[in-house]
Ligand binder design. Sequence first.
Ligand SMILES: Nc1ncnc2c1ncn2[C@@H]1O[C@H](COP(=O)(O)OP(=O)(O)OP(=O)(O)O)[C@@H](O)[C@H]1O
Length: 231
Amino acid sequence: MFLVGLTGGIASGKSSVLQVLQQLGCAVVDVDVIARHVVQPGYPAHRRIVEAFGTEVLLENGDINRKVLGDLIFNNPDRRHLLNTITHPEIRKEMMKETFKYFLQGYRYVVLDIPLLFETKKLLKYMKHTVVVYCDRDTQLARLMQRNSLNREDAEARIKAQLPLKEKAHMARHVLDNSGEWSSTKRQVILLHAELERSMEYLPLRLGVLTGLAGIAGLLYLLIHYLLPSP
Ligand SMILES: Nc1ncnc2c1ncn2[C@@H]1O[C@H](COP(=O)(O)OP(=O)(O)OP(=O)(O)O)[C@@H](O)[C@H]1O
């Protein structure tokens, strides 16, 4: 198995691309979904967020109010860092669990949706392939304004807070251009999936694990047959 890191910019189309990959039967780890999961009431990150930011970040039902928390950390690097130190280790643990589950199920590759793949660079070394979902800036702005009901100024501020998409596209091994019609993007996703499925890069890890298991089985056999006293 090998890992494919998928990233992009705000409203560039990552979730839409992930949906297609899921429909194609790919193993997908959606960091957004995990990030929402690990801050649910009862989880350690939920308690630590309330300790750090106060009960004003809670909705009436005890869930984290993502809008309030988002506003609190927006333009405040210290608070953002604090939130990241609480949530990131929990998110990484869940990502590893899900990836391992897919490995056991025999998938050739797993796509991990990591919004800050190129910014934090922490997970980059584990990715055999990197994919950027790109769209031109005007399209990104228009889609963001429409999806989040934002005015131009707020939407521009959110885009500016991220590494420019063009730079990310230069760093990636594959670029899916989502500036145009959705059907064109979908075609690109299907072609990428076919390329990754054809790749033999899943073999080394699989063979390594099989060899390891065969070694353990051999040792057990020797133990049972030669070292244990016969009845
Ligand atoms: N090719 C396309 N044509 C028209 N609309 C699109 C296209 N691709 C995506 N969209 C729309 O643009 C918006 C952003 O897409 P999406 O939610 O997939 O982006 P995202 O990268 O996951 O965003 P975020 O990271 O901010 O959650 C959505 O409303 C989606 O329906």
